[in-house]
Design a protein around this ligand. Structure first.
Ligand SMILES: Cc1ncc(COP(=O)(O)O)c(C=O)c1O
Length: 385
């Protein structure tokens, strides 16, 4: 009875694990990327004020103009991209809203879209939803989970329409170095392909290189949609607010489509986003420093376990250790670990075929939980060898 797309758009494998343990207080959950911090107080105050000030009605489908202006300033300041807030910026329902709309307006049935594998589960789903053909580009452990311009050229065909980029990457924490990013941009220009640059983890970087954003490179603005998420940067996962910048034809088409789906993101979240991007940024710096410490603890702890191999991730708040030494499918390993230690991890294969042999652990949880999980894994995993 249901439409065909229900069969070809897969559900999230992360949620499959998460839903197994949801509501259980006896487990050490390291599955979903939800920062354990509360939304900063000044952002919450702005939302309360928005309700009192009557921001309770429909707005422009791209969002309130003052919010888009604040976003344009943020995007110039942090990402080096100049934009017109009237035509080149829109507010979306999380980064997810931008991802799905961009695919729907750019991709025709049969167009090929290159996406990172292992990668964020929805990238694949959105390409399928738009009836595009997903073409994985492998993020290799030996490349610190980045990819090169040469590897990109190998998967480009005359049907390639778009490249999805995500650096820092979920689930691996991999970052594409600036030098390589410039070479990748040149390849995209040469082959005339669009880029959908998922900057959800833009602020969470531990390498020292000053970040460079592909949408700011010469010749890229006209072919790049860059999307930003307030979810991770300001601990606002439940507010469902994000934004994107891109060429006016694409943003115009996305805005038109957004009208038919959600009209626009919640006004209260829009005003909260305005406060977030234009207010003090020390809350972000504090979170970054906390993640940095946790990253060190988890990297050291996992590498000390016999059979586990992990390169310190360059960004985001996930680790993606190689657990192939245990000789079983990552899904089976996740279930065994859950049953015997109550630590909840996600199988690498949830993130694509090249994720097999790995696990993902999210360290946006308390240091105490990380330490307890590490101690349980340390007493358990070597027995499986
Ligand atoms: C890489 C990546 N992009 C986008 C999203 C979507 O985030 P949101 O819709 O909450 O902004 C996520 C969420 O986990 C993510 O990991």
């Amino acid at each position: 009875m249901l439409a065909d797309r229900n069969a070809y758009v897969p559900g999230s494998e992360i949620r499959k694990i998460y839903n197994m343990v949801i509501g259980r207080t006896d487990v050490f959950d390291m599955t979903v990327g939800i920062p354990d911090f509360d939304t900063p107080q000044h952002i919450k105050e702005a939302a309360k004020q928005a309700i009192d000030d009557g921001y309770t009605r429909y707005t422009h489908n791209a969002g309130l103009i003052e919010v888009r202006e604040a976003l344009a300033q943020k995007i110039k300041r942090d990402n080096g991209i100049d934009s017109d807030p009237v035509t080149e910026i829109m507010c979306t329902a999380g980064g997810m809203g931008a991802l799905v709309l961009a695919n729907m307006v750019v991709i025709n049935p049969g167009d090929e879209v290159i996406y990172p594998d292992p990668g964020f589960v929805s990238h694949y789903a959105h390409i399928k939803l738009a009836q595009g053909i997903p073409v994985p580009i492998q993020l290799k452990k030996e490349n610190r989970f980045g990819f090169t311009a040469e590897e990109l050229e190998q998967v480009i065909t005359d049907k390639t329409k778009m490249l999805v980029l995500n650096s820092p990457n979920n689930p691996t924490g991999g970052i594409i170095p600036n030098r390589e990013l410039k070479r990748i941009a040149d390849v995209c220009i040469e082959h005339d392909i669009y880029v959908l640059s998922d900057e959800a983890y833009e602020k969470f970087r531990y390498d020292t290189e000053k970040p460079l954003f592909i949408g700011s490179l010469p010749g890229m603005k006209e072919r790049t949609v860059s999307l930003f998420s307030l979810s991770k940067t300001y601990a606002m996962t439940g507010w469902r607010i994000g934004a994107c910048v891109g060429p006016r034809e694409i943003i115009g088409a996305m805005t038109k489509l957004q009208e038919h789906i959600i009209a626009m993101p919640t006004t209260i979240s829009q005003k909260a986003a305005q406060a977030a991007v234009s207010g003090p940024q020390d809350c972000v710096e504090d979170m970054l420093q906390t993640f940095k410490k946790r990253r060190e603890i988890i990297t050291k702890g996992l590498n000390a376990i016999e059979g586990v191999e992990l390169e310190p991730p360059g960004g985001a708040f996930y680790v993606f250790p190689d657990v192939s030494a245990y000789g079983m499918k990552s899904y089976d390993l996740v279930l065994k670990i859950l049953k015997d230690t109550s630590v909840v991890t996600v199988h690498g294969s949830a993130f694509g075929k090249f994720g097999e042999g790995f696990l993902r652990l999210c360290y946006a949880v308390s240091t105490q939980r990380i330490e307890e999980a590490l101690s349980r894994l340390d007493s358990y995993l070597p027995k499986l060898l």
